[in-house]
Design a protein around this ligand. Structure first.
Ligand code: GLN
Length: 477
């Protein structure tokens, strides 16, 4: 029999309701697997003790409400370390916030608690969610369970590994430029970046506020959907959240037109990645979907625009971490010394690099040349995608140019930034995007998972779930 921690949410929920599994057994299986496997993989920064009262409440609810109990009731989940859980440390994997204890629940956490979900621990990440590998953590790198010499991707690498290694049934991460989708692709699971504003950011430690979204990492598209529905919705605590149908409703069609920007894939995608992508597309064609050639010429500028806008927002969001209002309280001779010491000792190198870059692009001499141009590019990209969606229901490409890379391989920042080439556009435009496993490629004798990236118009998550499920089905999952 499958071990309880290896189940999907849907499978566990039905066993819980059939009384073939108890909430306590499920919790214990996940906690044991986490404790046994975490020293090798470093997915969790902290594994929480069992909350006996919450476990008992979840069990009672399933016993009394049966099938009417929320699907997530009694399900152990992992939380990225930048999502606040009242009373727990939330460090964003930074020394700066190493002792910071959340004084309130993030809205997503509140919603999950109401649904009866359980929290297994907080997961490792790149410091303040800046990175594509989960190597830039103040608490050591996370390793990929498919090959422990390799990174899991980032910045939600800890959350992705917690799911891929069967520690937690699913997890939440955050995505500013790809941080849910890219580690999902590198670890062989499903990751969704919701439409901007679909999920409240209240209680998420901010990176780039116009780009950030919290979203699910899960073993199946169905599980990702269940989690996404549980955490979505307008929130008075986040003025950027949107009503359920702000954008036109687009029910998924049985046969979809899949737009493929061949020219965009021309450079930089590994040959075997492209073969895996073509094979997965072939499966969709056999299932009755059609492929359409599209052009996205402006997408070539997306990465450059992202690496101007994101650091600009980082530099302002992280200004509050000065050792006085928040963060490592270092003390020198003067107030300026206090700031300098706190920020120099509290932040890691990549974080400091981005604060400097952001301060530069916002400075009065350069704001027109850099920040305003990049901001204008967002509108252009939105229009370009809007035009493409007149012809195609979904746009597909690989989530990453290559599979998971070795720890230490990308130690110059620019080569790390290039990892985000396919994922940043969805954040710049606010569109939802899903990464779903599309096969494996071989590196140094190991099979490494790779992901297909699907983008749909604003609030058309349903279209992504439908086509994502078709990709799973074509691969026999
Ligand atoms: N890898 C991207 C970056 O380093 C995206 C990070 C994220 O989505 N949080 O900025």
């Amino acid at each position: 029999m499958t071990k309880p921690n290896e189940l999907t949410i849907a499978e566990a929920a039905s066993l819980l309701r059939a009384r073939e599994l108890s909430v306590r057994e499920l919790w214990d299986a996940c906690a044991e697997a986490s404790r046994a496997g975490n020293s090798e993989l470093n997915a969790f920064l902290e594994i929480f003790d069992a909350d006996d009262a919450a476990i008992a409440r979840a069990q009672e609810r399933i016993d009394t409400e049966g099938p009417a109990a929320p699907l997530l009731c009694g399900i152990p989940l992992a939380m990225k370390d930048n999502i606040l859980i009242e009373g727990k440390i939330a460090s964003a994997a930074s020394k700066m916030l190493g002792n910071y204890r959340a004084t309130y629940d993030a809205t997503v956490v509140k919603k999950l608690k109401q649904a009866g979900a359980l929290f297994l621990g907080r997961t490792n990440m790149d410091e303040f969610a800046m990175g594509s590998s989960t190597e830039h953590s103040a608490y050591g790198a996370t390793r990929n369970p498919h090959d422990t010499r390799r990174v899991p991707g980032g910045s939600s690498g800890g959350s992705a590994v917690a799911v891929a290694a069967h520690f937690a049934l699913a997890a939440l991460g955050s995505d500013t430029g790809g941080s849910i989708r890219q580690p999902a692709a590198h670890t062989g699971i499903v990751g969704l970046k919701p439409t901007y504003g679909a999920v409240s950011r209240s209680g998420l430690i901010a990176m780039g506020s116009s780009l950030d979204q919290i979203g699910p990492l899960a073993k199946t598209v169905g599980d990702a959907r269940a989690l996404s529905e549980a955490i979505s919705g307008r929130d008075p605590l986040d003025a950027t959240t949107i009503p359920d149908s702000l954008y036109p409703v687009r029910p998924p069609k049985e046969h979809m037109r899949i737009g493929v920007p061949r020219r965009l894939l021309g450079e930089g995608v590994d040959t075997d990645m492209r073969a895996a992508f073509d094979a997965a597309l072939e499966g969709l064609v056999e299932a009755g979907h059609t492929l359409i050639d599209i052009e996205l010429p402006m997408s070539a500028y997306a990465l450059a625009a992202y690496y101007v806008i994101m650091p600009a927002e980082v530099s302002t969001n992280l200004a509050r971490l000065d050792g006085i209002r928040y963060g490592l309280p270092e003390r020198g001779e003067t107030l300026l010394d206090d700031y300098l010491l706190s920020r120099t000792n509290g932040f890691g190198e990549e974080t400091r690099r981005r604060i400097l870059l952001g301060t530069f692009v916002l400075s009065s001499g350069y704001i027109d040349a850099y920040y305003r141009k990049a901001d204008a590019a967002r509108g252009v990209l939105r229009r370009e995608y809007g035009d493409a969606f007149a012809k195609a229901d979904v746009i597909a490409f690989p989530t990453t140019p290559s599979p998971a890379f070795a720890l230490g391989e990308k130690n110059d920042p620019l080569s790390m930034y290039l990892e985000d080439i396919f994922t940043v556009t969805a954040n710049l435009t606010g569109m939802p995007a899903l990464s779903v496993p599309m096969g494996t490629v071989k590196r140094e004798g190991k099979k490494l998972p790779v992901g297909m990236h699907l983008t749909a118009p604003h609030q058309a998550e349903n279209v992504l779930f439908a086509l994502g499920a078709a990709v799973e089905k074509a691969r026999g999952r």
